[in-house]
Design a protein around this ligand. Structure first.
Ligand SMILES: [Mn+2]
Length: 241
């Protein structure tokens, strides 16, 4: 029986990057059906302004995801910091299952913690403050009640602003905080963590309460390069698309 589980994150799909959209669509039609399950750990989209946004390339992606889940491959989706407004309607349209910001799965016998990664970057205080605000019902309702064209404009502005802010922040501040990582892994009883967000793909081995722990950081997809983390009962490998 095929027990291969695939993990991807940080595709940052947008109209401006058709290569990435194309690669993801062929991943959904050719590669994903061969797996037992697919986990998308956030920032699938570079911006998501509401499940009522049907501007390209969102619809093609909805359709292809629906085809995959209809054919029997489960797809689990975590919100990222760019697409945290992905909601119930999108899940219904595509058949994907939204999973919590911290989710523990049994990955071939080992409890494994999944998260997008932004929650681990606790040194970035202004971002964490924004995140708290943006995850309240009031904030989200007030944003989602605005007309679509205003939300499209606002998203453009946020992307420029985020780019400018990031240039000013140091590399350390935008990486995960090791104490935060250890605490959450301890709390969730996991010795393995998989996340994205930082765009610093790596496998980090470290010691957690005298045991060996592992933190997998997924790669962001680029125009000419994409990676999948594949797990089967024998272990993992990185597959380049
Ligand atoms: Mn992110």
């Amino acid at each position: 029986m095929n027990q291969e589980i695939l993990f991807i994150s940080d595709l940052h799909i947008s109209l401006e990057k058709p290569e990435i959209t194309g690669r993801f669509l062929s991943f959904l039609s050719d590669r994903a059906p061969k797996a037992a399950a697919v986990y998308i750990l956030g920032d699938l989209f570079d911006a998501w302004i509401g499940d009522d946004d049907f501007t390209p390339p969102n619809n093609k992606i909805r359709k292809q995801l629906k085809q995959l889940t209809d054919s029997g491959t489960p797809v689990y989706l975590q919100q990222g910091n760019r697409d945290f407004l992905l909601g119930k309607q999108f899940a219904e349209d595509t058949g994907v299952m939204l999973i919590d910001e911290y989710t523990v799965i049994d990955l071939h016998g080992a409890p494994t913690l999944l998260t997008h990664g932004d929650l681990l970057c606790t040194d970035d205080l202004p971002y964490q403050a924004f995140r708290v605000k943006a995850h309240t019902l009031t904030w989200q309702q007030s944003v989602l009640s605005k007309p679509l064209f205003l939300r499209l404009l606002a998203a453009r502005w946020y992307r420029v602003r985020s780019y400018l802010h990031k240039r000013k922040k140091s590399q350390e501040i935008m990486d995960v905080n090791q104490d935060t990582v250890s605490n959450i892994m301890r709390e969730r009883h996991c010795l393995r963590l998989i996340h994205g967000h930082t765009h610093r793909p790596a496998v980090h081995n470290f010691t957690l309460d005298d045991q060996t722990a592992q933190r997998f950081v997924l790669a962001a997809w680029r125009n000419n390069y994409a990676e999948i983390l594949c797990w089967n009962s024998n272990g993992y490998h990185i597959e380049v698309l």
